[in-house]
Design a binder for this molecule. Structure first.
Ligand SMILES: Cc1cc2nc3c(=O)[nH]c(=O)nc-3n(C[C@H](O)[C@H](O)[C@H](O)COP(=O)(O)OP(=O)(O)OC[C@H]3O[C@@H](n4cnc5c(N)ncnc54)[C@H](O)[C@@H]3O)c2cc1C
Length: 471
């Protein structure tokens, strides 16, 4: 399959051989060149082909990362930072070859300041491991992209997920970063203070930079208190439009919903088949409310009334943790459940985000397009943020089908942009969405991004061929 990138491929085998030799001499068996490990580090869950790095190195400290970067910089060899490889748009591919820096062994919690509601961690710890560590202290890290991703990767993709409607995205929850820059120097982006007006916001510049500006080796994160009570449940609706309108009304009414997730009827069918549930196969919202026992009951009841106004309900909710966990596990497995709809197919995930007032229109038009294109593509959405995802189930051996799916994806992005939305609400650009950045941002903004890239990475070695082409 052709690669969806306009970046020129400049591979220098001699330089790569020299850098890999120097790294092997320094890092011994923490430098791996086996084909299986290299392929796993070029993981891609889309129509973009696997482009493995030439070697994978496993640092154990910031100093290790600095040394690796200096060796690669001396030979002008590409560096691809790697967390857990769950990104969805070819982010960790190595189109020019190079060295993947897998930070899995840098997985320590360095400090928890429960009284300040923050913690300092290494980038390789995953969100589940972090929350396991924090649980006894009454605090948690709320960003949940479904996959058990690394916190470094989550910051680098500016990810979000089901809790974002209440707790924000990674951009709202990273206080400071330590970053090894392209010349091997270590930059600290901010102090631990909750707010600051001191100069450019380098933290936010690095959040979402997808490994193209530096390697994150330490993160200071905001934490939240574990709520005293949580209620959650499901609510069926007659149409996707009714789901969206009930969501808008819930947000406008100031109900502090923690999660509000749309599943279209096809996705509910897949969830039923995969997770052995018996939900009504109609458009549905999964919801969760956080607060005190009294407030979650009140919020749940108020939502039930709003649902009724839009022909939905009944809203069946519970505060029992085991029942809620079963539901949210089913929601988290939504992507994998789609295989039950077309066994043997491949899953092509994509996401867009629009202002919430345009959500119903965007989802409804997209559903019409799916039907007209003869595609199987269930929809899930973090609808409280105007963000929805599709899983296109495609036969990758059938070029005609791939063509139809790609054309559909283009129309999806055009539709979102026409509604003042974005080509990706949370998955990021990687290689797959590079071609939409000009239409989304315009030439001056894209040129400003290029200027930052050139200034901070003059040799172009940090994860090249991602986000935008340099020429
Ligand atoms: C089933 C499934 C469901 C998903 N659902 C969601 C969802 O609901 N919301 C959502 O936002 N995402 C979702 N994702 C996508 C994915 O989990 C996120 O993009 C996640 O943030 C990637 O983290 P990672 O550790 O796997 O990063 P990787 O895939 O390893 O890397 C991603 C990018 O970050 C860079 N990077 C990694 N570590 C560092 C570092 N230390 N320093 C600098 N750059 C680094 C890499 O170079 C790459 O460009 C889903 C993925 C799957 C498989």
């Amino acid at each position: 399959m052709p690669v969806e990138t306009s970046a020129p491929v400049r591979r220098d085998p001699k330089a790569i051989e020299a850098a890999v030799g120097a790294l092997a001499a320094r890092f011994g068996n923490r430098l791996v060149t086996s084909q299986a490990v290299r392929q796993q580090h070029g993981n891609t869950v889309t129509w973009i082909e696997n482009q493995p790095p030439d070697a994978v190195v496993f640092p154990q400290s910031t100093e290790d990362v600095q040394e690796i970067v200096r060796i690669c910089a001396a030979h002008r060899v590409p560096i691809i930072p790697f967390g857990t490889g769950t990104s969805l748009e070819g982010h960790v591919n190595a189109p020019q070859g190079g060295v993947s820096i897998d930070v899995r062994d840098m997985n320590q919690v360095l400090a928890v300041h429960a009284e300040d509601l923050d913690c300092v961690i290494q980038p390789g710890i995953t969100r589940k491991a972090l929350n396991e560590y924090l649980r006894d202290q009454g605090v948690f890290f709320p960003i949940d992209p479904g996959a058990d991703a690394s916190l470094g990767g989550m910051a680098a993709t500016r990810c979000s997920g089901t809790n974002a409607v209440r707790y924000g995205t990674m951009k709202d929850n990273v206080l400071s970063l330590k970053v090894v820059m392209a010349n091997g120097e270590l930059m600290t982006t901010a102090r631990r203070a909750k707010k600051s007006s001191a100069g450019y916001d380098l933290t936010r510049m690095m959040v979402g930079s997808e490994g193209t500006l530096g390697v994150i080796t330490e993160l200071t994160l905001k934490l939240s208190g574990i709520p005293e009570a949580i209620s959650g449940g499901t609510c069926p609706f007659p149409s996707v439009e009714a789901c969206c309108n009930a969501t808008i009304m819930t947000i406008q009414s100031g109900i502090p919903v923690a999660r509000i997730e749309l599943l279209d009827a096809l996705q509910v069918r897949a969830v039923n088949l995969y997770s052995k549930l018996a939900l009504r196969e109609t458009p549905m919202l999964f919801l969760e409310f956080h607060g005190t026992e009294g407030s979650v009951a009140e919020q749940s009841e108020r939502f039930g009334e709003i649902a009724e106004e839009f022909g939905g309900g009944p809203f069946e909710w519970t505060v029992r943790p085991e029942e809620r966990t079963k539901l949210w596990e089913a929601r988290h497995n939504a992507a994998f459940s789609t295989f039950t709809l077309r066994p043997g197919s491949s899953m092509i995930p994509t996401d867009v985000c629009v202002p919430i007032s345009r959500l119903a229109e965007c989802v409804t038009e997209t559903q019409r397009d799916i039907a007209e294109s003869d595609l199987i593509a269930p929809i899930v959405g973090h609808v409280g943020d105007g963000n929805f995802h599709l899983t296109l189930l495609v036969d990758m051996q059938n070029p005609d089908e791939i063509k139809v799916a790609k054309a559909f994806n283009e129309r999806l992005v055009e539709r979102a942009l026409a509604m003042d939305g974005t080509c990706t609400g949370e998955h990021g650009v990687g290689q797959g969405k590079m071609k939409y950045l000009l239409a989304e941002h315009g030439a001056p903004a894209l040129e400003a991004m290029r200027a930052i890239k050139r200034a901070l990475d003059p040799q172009g070695i940090m994860n090249p061929g991602k986000i935008f082409a340099l020429s």
